[in-house]
Design a protein around this ligand. Structure first.
Ligand code: HH2
Length: 263
């Protein structure tokens, strides 16, 4: 799943695809690079990001989704917390609602998801984006993320979302120290074992730069991002959310070829 951030302030590529034409061109490039899906968002979730009003988020994201849908049948996910934005995105051709709040942002999020009938991604986050990195603490991060995701999946099903439409995401870097993110990556098989498709988003995140101190900027974390993708593939995640599609496709193809050569 290739990331399209129609934002001025995303942590790794803010401002590069803020204009509609630049975002559409980037989406096309990700498709050409081998993406099986796109995740299009217009509000940064980085720590300290400023909230985006609904009208502004709609104006940023809907034209991009509509333009891609007019020329390509690729699955499109809308990355938003807001039911109005999800609704408009689905009307424009999105087939999945990716919500970093696991549909907790608004009381009508889950019922809207059920009504839209789209796939939904329920992601774990401790706190909210503006404050989430202020001293996150867990007794047992894997068990707490598991319990949260099970509870959110149960709530979604109770609200009328079809079980087979639900995806789970451990939320790497969302209210987590670097160590928490690494522990989750080490135990991804337990999230996969919950029985829902799992989406993993570790691409270019700051915990990678804590391991390789020489990686001073987000786009200097490709090697680390690929290592996380391979950990996800080994654990059996269903999709990875990445900025660097071409390199990810190549890493996964080589991994699959090695696996095939073993049999
Ligand atoms: N990470 C980001 C945004 N949305 N959604 C899911 N399901 N999982 C993730 O790990 C995830 C996500 C952060 O990455 P990015 O979109 O590049 O940055 P920003 O939020 O600053 O736009």
């Amino acid at each position: 799943m290739g990331v399209v951030n129609v934002t001025p302030d995303s942590f790794s590529d803010g401002g590069r695809f803020f204009e509609t034409a630049d975002a559409v061109a980037h989406a096309r490039a990700l498709i050409a690079a081998g993406a099986d899906g796109l995740d299009i968002g217009a509000e940064s979730t980085r720590p300290g990001a400023e909230p985006v009003p609904v009208a502004e988020e709609l104006a940023r994201v809907v034209p991009v989704i509509a333009a891609i849908r007019a020329e390509n049948g690729i699955p499109i996910s809308i990355d938003t917390m807001k039911p109005e934005v999800a609704r408009a995105a689905v009307a424009a051709g999105a087939t999945m609602w990716n919500d970093v709040t696991a549909m907790r942002w608004r009381d009508d999020s889950l019922t809207t998801a059920a009504e839209l009938g789209c796939e939904v991604v329920l992601m774990h986050m401790r706190g909210e984006p503006r404050t989430m990195q202020a001293a996150p603490a867990y007794e047992d991060v894997v068990a707490e993320v598991e319990a949260f995701l099970i509870a959110r999946a149960d709530a979604a099903i109770a609200a009328g979302v079809a079980r087979e439409k639900i995806w789970l995401d451990p939320g790497i870097g969302f209210g987590k120290t670097g160590r928490h993110s690494l522990t989750l990556l080490a135990h991804l098989d337990r999230i996969v074992a919950l029985g829902f498709p799992v989406l993993l988003g570790a691409s270019r995140k700051s915990f990678l730069g804590k391991i390789d101190r020489a990686a001073t900027s987000a786009d200097d974390r490709l090697g680390g991002s690929l290592a996380a993708v391979l950990a996800g593939a080994r654990a059996g995640v269903a999709a990875v959310r990445v900025h660097d599609v071409r390199e990810t496709v190549q890493a996964l193809a080589v991994r699959a070829a090695i696996e095939a050569a073993a049999t």
